[in-house]
Design a protein around this ligand. Sequence first.
Ligand SMILES: Nc1nc2c(ncn2[C@@H]2O[C@H](COP(=O)(O)OP(=O)(O)O)[C@@H](O)[C@H]2O)c(=O)[nH]1
Ligand SMILES: [Mg+2]
Length: 346
Amino acid sequence: MKVGLVGYSGVGKTTVFQWLTGVAPDPARIQQGQTGMAKVPDSRLAKMADKFKPKKTTYAEIAFLDTPGLLVGERKDNPRRLGVIREANGLLIVLDGFSGADPVQQLTQFREELNFADLEIVLNRIPKLEAGLKKARPPKEKEQDQAELELMHRLSAALEAGKPAHSLGLKPEEEKLIRSFQLLTLKKEVVLLSINEARLGQPIPPGLLAIAPNAIQAPVQLERELAELDEESRRAFMADLGLSGSCRDDVLRHIFTQMGRIVFFTVGPDECRSWAINRGDDAVEAASAIHTDLGKRFVRAEVISYEDFLQAGYSEKDAKANGTFRLEGKNYIVADGDVMHILASS
Ligand SMILES: Nc1nc2c(ncn2[C@@H]2O[C@H](COP(=O)(O)OP(=O)(O)O)[C@@H](O)[C@H]2O)c(=O)[nH]1
Ligand SMILES: [Mg+2]
């Protein structure tokens, strides 16, 4: 999963990128977008790794894409600047909460930029579809183009009214029709308010939560600077500021969940690992996340929930004895924290 860091220039995106991924920003790569990985922290996996002492412990990851920011007042040029994030699966909208700027105004204005960029794509597509429909072509193709055209008209009406594409609640088959356009206002979004020390301990502005219920805040630059100190100075500084810990782990988990992702685990003496899948994925899709071939050869999955596994002292034998160990088929919908073993045909 790739999450694009977006927002206006100077709001702290690159600082967030560094904080979350630990990757040093490379000015030469910013125009095309710079990618860095962050492991999704999981105390359940850490505990199982303690028990199994595997050769390797592997965490599911999120790829973050740092992008050049938009410029205020350059609405005409901003769609081009947004081009690099079309390939991202979701957006992390960064807001400046350290220089006194109004977060609600920033977010409202930024969402207008996203709408505008999508509207441009939709308005470009409509005349092409109309021209195509006037030509003699196989009826099947025309039918499909007609359906796309109707959808594009609905989209342009919504976008022109200032509503994002996701507000239309498109059906899966409709989303499929327009998937190739990678509309920005169809992507999942999380809002991150980057705050300064003065705002530590204060709640997220209610006005912001009203327009972005999943918004979070973090003292990003402060935490990034603290991370560079040695243990002793870090403790002293944190005590001074009244901080009990870093919120980086919480932020990463929040982003992961809000992007509609969950994990399942595989455990053993060689490797303990968390695997990212979409909420709602079935056992075959989970197997495919491990290896495409494993999905194709899927027969059954041995499944135990993390809680039951913990209850059984992480012992498969004990779990079998107390009946919490299950055998599931292809259509089983995987739950977050399932510990799985995939049985495949040879
Ligand atoms: N005081 C303060 N300054 C910050 C914070 N985050 C970023 N900055 C500063 O804001 C400027 C722009 O940050 P940067 O991450 O490059 O923003 P970008 O243009 O969105 O990538 C830099 O001078 C940062 O040092 C923060 O949390 N607090
Ligand atoms: Mg930057």
